[in-house]
Every structure is written in structure tokens, then in C-alpha cells.
Design a protein around this ligand. Sequence first.
Ligand code: ADP
Ligand code: MG
Length: 484
Amino acid sequence: RGSRIAMVYQDPMSSLNPVHTIGRQIIEAITIHRKVNRREARDRAIGLLTEVGVDRPVERLEAYPHQFSGGMRQRVVIAMALAGNPAVLVADEPTTALDVTIQARIIDLLDRIVAEHNTAVLLITHDLGVAAGFCDEIHVMQNGLIVESGSTDSLYAEPRHPYTKGLLGSVVDLNTDVTKPIPTFDAENGSGPQAPITTGPRPAAVPREPAPDAPALITVESLVKSFPLGRDTLRAVDGVSFTIRRGQTFGLVGESGSGKSTVSRCLLGLTPADSGAIRFDSVDVAGMSRSELRPIRRRMQMVFQDPFAALNRRHTVRQLVTAPLDAHHVGTPRERRERATEVLSLVGLGPELHDRLPRELSGGQCQRVAIARAVVLRPEFLILDEAVSALDVSLQAQVLNLLRDLQEQFDLTYLFVSHDLGVVRYMCSEIAVMQRGRIVEQASRERLFAEPREAYTRALLAAVPTANPAVERARRSEREELPA
Ligand code: ADP
Ligand code: MG
């Protein structure tokens, strides 16, 4: 182990010891496998860091893991795995915790290692785009069994097993037809593509475009929010302005740390802004107190990324959905109960689930409870902050279809926050791209994806994996021409 077979895990932080320097950890990995003196080990460590693309390797040897970004940490872990010159590298979701641009570079790095050292890689991933670009051969697992195997090209071109078909059918990427609902399937039972779960009289179809004369529901002007960072301050949001019209789905994309969640929290008054204006339906809410905000807060709700963390674990599904009605004294207890039942059936959660606790639900069911709770007060505006990011493709498809349905039925306005450009393209008619606290580009879906103007937008787009092997190979070579 280590010299013939080495492993790279999803979370680089848990593979590194936080109290030891990077240098010490790599040197240790080297000396386990080889009889070398300290000097040779140190030189080899510098060589490995250079090979995995860490800049200024000599200085970096003295640094600690927390001083590295997520992508750099994963490079260090790969360097340690390479220390023994393994014949086989097992990479278990090596890029799942990383941003798309960094993911693309790590995959390119693994590709180079394969080419230069003739290493075999077992790549474990839930991402069909990543697998399409990297793998020669694929095995599809479901419930502990390999249900289908084949060369990458034939598997994507002609999937045979219903589960593989279902998975590929539910992918949302830059080629997805935005005018159709996403085909969904039952991942647990492995039946093939099913009719989409639609809730209302109208099926989820063409994405919502606001009427040309739709009034502004949200106006943000020169929003600024800083946080203390050591002796400095960090401008998490640095002068952001945008307008969301009634009935629109407005997308906010950018890599982690770009300030998307801070903007969302400022809009709801969960985080006070330093300066700037936020108007909701022409009322300035930026400087309002909690009690002034209360009647307005009812009209705007939020759904977060992690459904488990967002739900009180001791409350049943029914209690969770009734709670906002209780808090705002809506109707009689009986009417509240009826309204909760109605909304739960709308999001596809039947009565058999109403007395369950969050831990007795799947991730997708939890997210539907969170959505039911957000819409039960009949809000006008919903902020969806990475609301589908933690879900598998089959659940993601169900939730996206559901959100479109609910929007049709209740004439909702969405702020859809995501790091996933494929999903944003599917959902949003207008999109703003954030980088380091600023909006660097804003455009309609048609314009942004057809002719991105900013280098940063182009880099983001070039990094989004597509579940199509030929397309992925072509984009890989395109990417090599982009500056780092
Ligand atoms: P995103 O949602 O785009 O990933 P966030 O809005 O969460 O980004 O964060 C933007 C920046 O602000 C990050 O650098 C983050 O570390 C920092 N930040 C966010 N919230 C706080 C906080 N409560 N205290 C200090 N720094 C914060
Ligand atoms: Mg966020």
C-alpha cells in the first residue's frame, strides 16, 4: 500500500495533519517508501510539489495546510500519493469539494500523471461530466452492484441499463434543452426514465421570462458588506447592484467565497449591510429593524443548500411546515394544518411522511420539506442558495422541475444562487457572474452563454463538465490554451 497503490480522498483537509507543515508530511510520505537521506527527500518533495503545479514550492514546504486553498491542498495530497511512484491511484471523488475551474485543473493534472508515469487511475465519481472527460472505461454502480460496464464512448452513446439511462437523462449541463422538464427517474428502484413529477395543472416547461413591462421587485444598489479578517477587513460584497423583476428567475453564479451567500443574507436582513440600498417592492429594507421587517419578511423566503442543517431535527414534517404559519398567526390551527397538508402534497410528500423526522427522510425529501416550508406563507420572492447543490442528479432533476412548477402556479420571483452554470442556465433568464465580491458580468441567458464577454465568465464556462465524451475531449484541449 502506498508504493503500488495510493489513494486520494474527497476532502483533502482530512488527509492532511493540520499541525504539521506540508513539507514534513510530504517528506514523511517519501521516506516511508524509499531509503533516502533528508536532503534527497526534501529535493524530491520540491520536485513533487512542482509536478502537481504548486507554485513557489520551496517556501510552501514551511506552510501549514490551513494556509493553502482547497485546490492546493488537493494537489498536495496528490503529491503525497505520488511519493511512492504507485502503479495504481485510487481517486475517490477527488474534485467534489472543489470549484469547477479548480476541478478542471485537478483532472488535467491526473491526466498528465497518467500520461507521464503510466499510472492506472480508478476514478470514483458521481459526476457524469468528469467521468466523460477522464475515463477510458466505466462501471456503473447501483445498490452495491455493477449494473453496466463499457468503454466510455459506447456507454454514453448507447447506455443499456435503465439506471444508466436514467442517470444520463437527468444530467443538467450546458446542452440541456431549457424548454423541457428534466426527465426524472426513481434512483432507488432503478426503473428507467419516468414521466416528470409535476404538481400543478400546467407541466413545468418553458423557463419563466418576465413580462417585458414587469415591475422591479428587488433593487440592490451599491451593496457593500465587509468582515474582519485578522487585522484587515475583507470586502465580501464590494459594490453590487442589480434589479430582479417580478416573475423573473435571476441567477447569481460564481466560485465559492465570491460573496453570493452574503448578498442573499443581506437581502433577507439576516446580515446587516454596511452600505447601499435594498428595495423590496419599492420599500427600502436595508436599514429596517427586525420588527419593521417582519411583515416584509413574510413575503420573502429562503431555501439553503443543506436541508438537514436547515430543519429542526426534533420536529416532524408537519410541524416544520406549520411552524411559519404559527409564527405569523395565519388562520385557525385547523386551517394551518390544512394549508400544510396542501403544500406538502404540492411538493410531492404524501401523508405517510407527515409524521416523520428529518433523519427519517432522504436528502431530496428533506429539500422538499424545506421548499414546502418556504412557500407555505405564499411568499412573492424566494432565494434559493445552492438549493440543489447537495443532491444527486435524479433528486436535482425533481427539485428543479418542482421549482419551475411552483413558480408557474404562484407567480414567484426567484433569486437562484449556484456555482453550477448548467443548472443556472436551465433555470434563469437573467444571470450575474460574481467574482471577489463584485458582479463582473451580467446578461440574459441567451447572451451570456452564446457570447460571454469577461475572461472570468469564459474560464468558468470552459470548466463546466459535459456528459459527452467527445465534447469533453475537445474542451480539454481548448482549456490547455487558456491562461492559468
Ligand atoms: P459564496 O456564497 O459565494 O461562497 P460567501 O458570501 O459565503 O461566498 O462568502 C464571501 C466571503 O466572505 C468569503 O471570503 C467568506 O469567508 C467571507 N465571510 C462570509 N461570511 C462571513 C462571516 N460571518 N464572517 C467572516 N467572514 C465571512
Ligand atoms: Mg454560498
